[in-house]
Design a binder for this molecule. Structure first.
Ligand SMILES: [Ca+2]
Ligand SMILES: [Ca+2]
Length: 173
């Protein structure tokens, strides 16, 4: 047993030594930032729709907030996109006021565990999905990110979608 344990350690050690210095969860920080932005997204404004099972590597949306008076106020349009291996937040895209900021770099071409082969290799229901992708199911947008050697996903409920769907809901039967 000791011999096999030592052999395992020796096999792992060179890999461990090659690891870059700790990045303190850049991918996690970026995903939290994306999640925060998306929480204010108006579900009717999403482009593309990114509906299951077809993900998108970019998502544009209009942000809103509820005023103290209870009405919705539009805050502006944003797009989060994968650009040359970086996650970029584009505020007011396509206007003279357009601003671009990098949320994270070193994004993998494909999500962890995925191989470009027309099949779902990592078992998340998506095929050959990129290292940053958005997929929507109803009022829920799931964001997947593999960057700097880490993989995270988060599910964001589009809060204004909830307000809209509750008023549009018509009971069946
Ligand atoms: Ca695949
Ligand atoms: Ca997959």
């Amino acid at each position: 047993m000791k011999t096999s344990l030592l052999a395992s350690l020796l096999a792992v050690l060179p890999l461990a030594c090659q690891q870059p210095e700790p990045e303190y969860g850049l991918a996690r920080i970026a995903l939290d930032a994306i999640s925060e932005r998306l929480q204010a997204a108006d579900s009717t404004s999403l482009h593309p729709r990114a509906e299951m099972p077809v993900p998108s590597s970019s998502l544009q949306y209009a942000r809103e907030r509820r005023t103290p008076e209870g009405t919705l106020e539009r805050l502006g349009t944003e797009r989060i996109e994968l650009d040359a291996g970086r996650v970029v937040l584009v505020e007011e895209p396509g206007t003279p006021e357009e601003r671009r900021s990098v949320l994270c770099d070193r994004v993998a071409p494909l999500l962890e565990g995925e191989v470009r082969n027309g099949r779902d290799d990592n078992g998340n229901g998506l095929i050959d999905e990129p290292g940053l992708c958005f997929v929507r199911y109803g009022n829920l947008v799931t964001v997947y990110l593999t960057a700097a050697g880490e993989t995270f996903s988060t599910a964001v409920t589009l809060r204004y979608a909830l307000a809209i769907s509750s008023t549009e809901h018509s009971p069946r039967g």
